[in-house]
Write a protein that binds this ligand. Structure first.
Ligand code: FAD
Length: 324
């Protein structure tokens, strides 16, 4: 087997699981992430004494490959089952929802121990030079890396922007399929509460009103010492108010939050998730080219849900292994 120098762009679950798999196989792997930590949309924020999951809230696992990770992560105290049924909600399917031990970033942080990462590294440009990839950082420290093989796991719109900045165009069919990937948007509201909410275990309420998909209490969830909440607006509400100032879109959401939680919101922050869940996908779990020495993965390929993003990253890793 030829051991390669591999750069993975994107530190979400697809990038982290792909990088860990390749590093375990002996390749020299470096993951580049524009944020200050790994996790991507599996994001947990510290805020005073509160810990808030403000992107993905839980994950489920059905495939044997994901269940193997679940077993390992449970044994290493990285995840725990959160709930499998909400009392009185027979309409919500039964099935174990897992949460990170310290919030949803826990699995990505655990995986990151197996490879080296460069954080706060925004990839500005990639270039093919004599069978190798050159990867350049935007501003910052102007870091430049080289790789035999490149894996890109960022949302498709950002992939297309990266290709455009780099004057790279793959074949027409692949470019069209990338352009067809679409994601919903999600306006998130997170906040600190004056006291415990009235939500009983597991601490969630779905669709309390048409404009809100999800509200949860991070303290009841078991990840936050302080009373705090996460609210996700519906795609329709998020689209409608995407470019509005907070004073237009937040008061109504605050009203819904206080009404559901029966606790006063002391402080709040809003966050705009531009790529929440894919509504159309690439049409294959990953893309891999021996000719380009390039692979692409992520939920835009694997499909909605963390499990599918993870499996997409694993499929990309297997394709690279098969060519090594
Ligand atoms: C509000 C919300 C709620 C959700 N709820 C759930 C849920 O409860 N259960 C579930 O299963 N799924 C849920 N999802 C979906 C789930 O989070 C995603 O499907 C999954 O996390 C996607 O992982 P990924 O690796 O494909 O992408 P990401 O997690 O988006 O990772 C991509 C990474 O690339 C980085 N990046 C982008 N551009 C660059 C660049 N130029 N240079 C360097 N790095 C870059 C980003 O910072 C990011 O970390 C939710 C998503 C959102 C937004």
């Amino acid at each position: 087997m030829r051991l390669m120098k591999i750069v993975v762009i994107g530190g979400g679950i697809s990038g982290c699981i792909c990088a860990s798999q390749l590093a375990k196989a002996g390749h020299e792997v470096r993951l580049l992430e524009k944020g200050r930590g790994v996790g991507g949309r599996m994001s947990t924020r510290r805020w005073g004494d509160a810990r808030i999951d403000h992107g993905a809230q839980f994950f489920t696992a059905r495939s044997p490959r994901m269940l193997k990770y679940v077993e390992e992560w449970r044994a290493s105290k990285v995840i725990i089952p959160w709930y499998d049924q909400i009392p009185g909600r027979a309409d919500i399917p039964v099935g174990i929802r897992y949460r990170g031990e310290n919030g949803m970033t826990s699995p990505a942080k655990y995986l990151a121990q197996f490879f080296s990462s460069e954080l706060s590294f925004f990839v500005e440009q990639i270039e093919r030079l004599e069978n190798r990839w050159i990867i350049r950082e935007r501003d910052g420290m102007n870091r430049v890396l080289e790789a035999d093989h490149l894996v890109i796991t960022i949302p498709s719109v950002q992939m297309l922007e990266l290709f455009a900045r780099s004057s790279i165009s793959l074949d027409g069919d692949t470019m069209n399929r990338l352009r067809n990937i679409n994601h919903t948007r999600c306006l998130a509201l997170l906040g600190l509460l004056e006291g415990p909410s009235v939500l009983n275990s597991p601490g969630t309420r779905t669709h309390p009103v048409e404009e809100v998909d999800w509200i949860s209490d991070n303290q009841v969830k078991g990840i936050s010492p302080a009373a705090s909440f996460t609210l996700h607006a519906s795609d329709d509400y998020s689209q409608k108010y995407w470019d509005s100032p907070d004073e237009d879109r937040i008061p109504y959401l605050l009203e819904v939050a206080e009404d559901c939680l029966k606790s006063k919101v002391l402080e709040w922050k809003s966050h705009r998730w531009g790529f929440a869940k894919p509504t159309t996908t690439f049409g294959a779990t990953h893309w891999h080219s021996r000719e380009w020495n390039l692979s692409m993965a992520g939920d835009g390929f694997g499909g909605e849900r963390i499990e599918n993003a993870a499996l997409s990253g694993l499929d990309a890793a297997s394709a690279i292994q098969a060519q090594a």
